[in-house]
Design a binder for this molecule. Structure first.
Ligand SMILES: Cc1cc2nc3c(=O)[nH]c(=O)nc-3n(C[C@H](O)[C@H](O)[C@H](O)COP(=O)(O)O)c2cc1C
Length: 165
C-alpha cells in the first residue's frame, strides 16, 4: 500500500523544471509556482499543468481560459518562492519581476528561460487536482542560459549546453 506520505517522499526524488503559471482576464490576474508541467504532444502543440483545486488561482485559470507557463531561470528562485505563497496577495506577487503579454493577455515574465502562452483546451479532474491541457498559441525564448530545477526539496541551477539554441 502506497501512502500519501510515501508518494510525496518518492516525488521529492523526481527533479522537475520550475514554472510560474499565470492567467488574466475577466476573472482577474493570478499566478502560482508549478513543477507539474509536462509536454503532451507537438501536434497540436500541447502542454499539461496539474493545479490543486484549493489554489486561489484555480477558478481564475478555468474562467479566463488562458494561461502563460513561464519556465524560470536559475536567478529567479525568489520569484518561485513569491508565487508559491511567500507573498499571499495575488496583486503583490506581480510586483516581483517584469511582466509583458504575448497573444492571450496572460502575464509573461521577462528573464524566463521560455514562456508558453496558451489557451485551455481540456480539463480533467483527478483526486485533489485539475489537469489542464493547454494549447500553445505563442512561444517566447529567453536569452538566459541557466534553468532552474526543483529536486530533493531544493532548487538547483542547470546549465544549457552551448550547442542547444
Ligand atoms: C517548486 C514548487 C512546485 C510546485 N508545483 C505545484 C504544481 O505543480 N501544482 C500546484 O497546484 N501547486 C504547486 N506548488 C504549490 C503552489 O505554488 C502553492 O500552493 C501556491 O501558494 C498556490 O498559490 P495560489 O493559492 O495563490 O494559487 C508548487 C510549489 C513549489 C515551491
Amino acid at each position: 500500500m502506497v501512502t500519501r506520505q510515501g508518494y510525496r517522499e518518492a516525488m521529492a526524488r523526481f527533479g522537475a523544471a520550475v514554472s510560474v503559471v499565470t492567467t488574466d482576464g475577466p476573472a482577474g490576474r493570478h499566478g502560482f509556482t508549478a513543477s507539474a508541467v509536462c509536454s503532451v504532444t507537438d501536434d497540436p502543440p500541447t502542454l499539461l499543468v496539474c493545479v490543486n483545486r484549493q489554489n486561489d488561482s484555480h477558478p481564475a485559470l478555468l474562467d479566463n481560459g488562458v494561461l502563460c507557463i513561464n519556465t524560470l531561470a536559475a536567478d529567479q528562485q525568489e520569484i518561485s518562492a513569491v508565487f508559491a505563497g511567500g507573498e499571499p496577495d495575488t496583486a503583490g506577487r506581480f510586483v516581483h519581476g517584469d511582466w509583458y503579454t504575448l497573444d492571450t493577455g496572460a502575464p509573461a515574465l521577462h528573464g524566463a528561460v521560455v514562456s508558453f502562452d496558451c489557451r485551455v483546451a481540456q480539463v480533467t479532474e483527478i483526486g485533489t487536482h485539475s489537469v489542464i491541457f493547454a494549447s500553445v498559441l505563442a512561444i517566447r525564448h529567453g536569452s538566459v542560459d541557466d534553468g532552474l530545477v526543483y529536486f530533493g526539496r531544493s532548487y538547483h541551477p542547470v546549465r544549457r549546453p552551448m550547442s542547444v539554441k
